[in-house]
Write a protein that binds this ligand. Structure first.
Ligand SMILES: Nc1nc2c(ncn2[C@@H]2O[C@H](COP(=O)(O)OP(=O)(O)OP(=O)(O)O)[C@@H](O)[C@H]2O)c(=O)[nH]1
Length: 559
């Protein structure tokens, strides 16, 4: 914005004073006759430094500009702003000397963001400037004219190029980033946003001439007008689709969602009608497009305001990013009918506002991606965690345990199967709620005692399970023993005499083990701990005697 202000003040203050006159072109006009009429005061006077609308139908319009003293015979450049599609011919009294057009990269000086014509120092500074605004189809924006020294012009031109290259780079980067997000997150909101920003950048690059120079896409020049109207329609369509999802209209402004989506479909249909060869369709599209653009903009503004006031956080992002652009579009529309002639910066400001909007909406989209991720994590946590104790539920634990077993080849893995002792008695004596509280306390104690990398889960009612990666037999038994002590130290009464305790079975992973077989062995060891008197840890010993029909030996480790 500061760059834009600097650019505007620079151009305005470096300009030489001009006064001017104009009249519509008639058949048989000669440059000399037009200049003659200007001298006699027969042309309509206007201030060239202010925006002025000229009729461009029929044969076009003559414009005469008279440089005011003090005259300095130096190289100088006439600039015409804003640059619109359509030609302007520069005359001297003998005839045409140059044709200026946005898409025509003739020779230096190239006017960036404005049309430019260079007068050599040999042409006296007081020489009248004669221009013919060639006829164009449709509306043409009001124009302003400035004359400045070549040095001042080159300075402003370089500044314009820097500022606008940065703005277009911002827009395209944001569009590209959104496209990546759309593919990664599989969320169309990002795709519609990328389409919208890309089309907007395309419109601005056509309207400022950036597409033709410095981008030099001159092969697009013949279809520039069609490309411009198609981009306008598509940008509105993408913007409508984007804002409907981004501002969550379905939730926060359901009544306005249908008209917004209708706008998204209607705009491309109008462009198709306009580019058809059926006269009736072309006329209808021509008549409808501008009112629809204005109504569409108001509809999107209203929808965003309603959604924001009903609690859509992202609608605020949309309003902050989009409102400056909308205000500039409204100003430019008003200028078409002659209003606000001294606001000659609206065209440049539209590009800067486009970059500003791209940044604000990208921040909003980043926020959306974060919210989505948080929601997804929350859903996942709800699906994976036991609702009472917060540790992994049986399904999620099984999945994680399989992954841990797969990823731990070569390292020892221990499995601890924990079953609370006489829990039924606790429930019967103190009620189910006390039982629930006890489960929560035990889970917290187990979690605190284990390492964050250990996989703790609730296997069933009063059964917990833990898989310890990289832990050898002795360490596993030490951990299990520690857990026994910790649960006992919670001092949760089971009845008048007993405190809550836990029996733990420990099994070490063998090469052929799956999660199921490992659990099976740890469960058997736990059963032995129960048989042995509870409140203790037992290690499952290799079933050396199993083939002889005896129960696998379980070795007890001191409690
Ligand atoms: N409060 C509560 N109790 C549960 C929950 N899930 C299971 N239980 C109870 O846990 C008790 C388990 O009892 P049993 O399987 O007989 O085991 P026990 O009483 O601990 O006996 P041993 O294991 O032999 O020491 C049952 O009464 C279940 O109702 C739960 O989420 N909350």
């Amino acid at each position: 914005m500061l760059g834009l202000l600097w650019l505007w003040f620079g151009v305005v203050h470096a300009a030489m004073l001009l006064d001017g006159g104009w009249r519509e072109a008639h058949p048989g006009d000669t440059p000399a006759a037009v200049l003659q009429q200007f001298h006699k005061g027969q042309l309509a006077a206007f201030d060239p430094s202010l925006l002025h609308s000229f009729p461009r139908e029929n044969l076009g319009t003559w414009v005469v500009l008279r440089p005011q003293p003090p005259w300095v015979n130096e190289e100088r450049v006439l600039t015409i702003y804003p640059p619109a599609l359509g030609r302007i011919t520069v005359y001297d009294e003998n005839g045409p000397i140059s044709r200026l057009a946005l898409d025509d990269i003739g020779g230096p000086p190239l006017g960036h963001g404005r049309l430019a014509f260079r007068y050599p120092a040999s042409v006296p500074a007081s020489t009248l400037i004669l221009l013919k605004l060639e006829p164009v189809d449709g509306l043409s924006p009001p124009l302003s004219f400035h004359l400045e020294s070549l040095t001042a012009f080159l300075g402003h031109d370089a500044h314009w190029l820097t500022l606008f290259s940065a703005c277009f780079a911002v827009m395209l980067t944001m569009a590209l980033m959104a496209l990546c997000f759309a593919l990664m997150l599989r969320d169309n909101t990002f795709f519609w946003y990328a389409g919208y920003i890309f089309c907007y950048a395309l419109i601005q690059s056509i309207q400022t001439g950036f597409l033709f120079h410095p981008l030099e896409a001159t092969w697009l020049a013949p279809s520039a007008s069609l490309l411009e109207s198609a981009s306008i329609a598509l940008s509105v369509a993408f913007a409508a689709l984007f804002m409907a999802r981004f501002c969550e209209l379905q939730r926060f402004a359901p009544l306005l969602r249908a008209p917004v989506l209708a706008l998204a479909i209607g705009m491309p249909v109008l462009v198709l009608m306009r580019s058809s060869s059926i006269g009736l369709l072309v006329d209808a599209a021509q008549a409808l497009v501008d009112p629809l653009l204005i109504l569409g903009a108001l509809l999107m503004l209203l929808s965003a305001i309603v959604a924001a006031s009903h609690g859509s956080r992202h609608a605020w992002f949309f309003l902050v990013g989009w409102t400056p652009l909308l205000a500039l579009t409204a100003l430019s529309t008003a200028q078409l009918s002659g209003a606000l002639p001294n606001m000659s910066w609206t065209s440049d400001a539209s590009v800067v506002a486009g970059a500003f909007e791209a940044i604000v909406l990208s921040i909003g989209l980043g926020d959306r991606a974060l919210t989505m991720r948080r929601d997804r994590d929350m859903v996942r946590a709800l699906a994976d965690n036991d609702s009472l104790t917060g540790v992994l539920n049986r399904r999620a634990w099984n999945e994680a345990a399989e992954a841990m077993l797969e990823g731990s080849t070569g390292r020892p893995v221990a499995l601890l199967f924990l079953d609370l002792d006489r829990f039924k008695l606790l429930n019967d004596q103190q009620g189910h709620r006390a039982g629930d509280r006890a489960l929560i306390e035990v889970a917290e104690a187990l979690r605190a005692e284990l390492r964050p990398s250990d996989l703790l889960g609730r296997y069933g009612g009063e059964e917990f399970i833990a898989m310890l990666d990289g832990v050898v037999e002795e360490q596993a038994m030490q951990v299990a023993t520690r857990l026994c002590r910790r649960v006992h130290r919670l001092e949760i009464p089971v009845d008048a005499e007993l405190l809550l305790s836990v029996s733990i079975g420990v099994a070490m992973r063998t090469l052929s083990d799956t999660v199921e077989t490992l659990i099976e062995r740890a469960d058997q060891a736990m059963y032995q701990a129960k048989v042995n008197g509870r409140n203790q840890a037992r290690l499952y010993d290799r079933p050396r005697a199993i083939t002889e029909g005896s129960w696998p030996r379980v070795s007890e480790v001191e409690e």
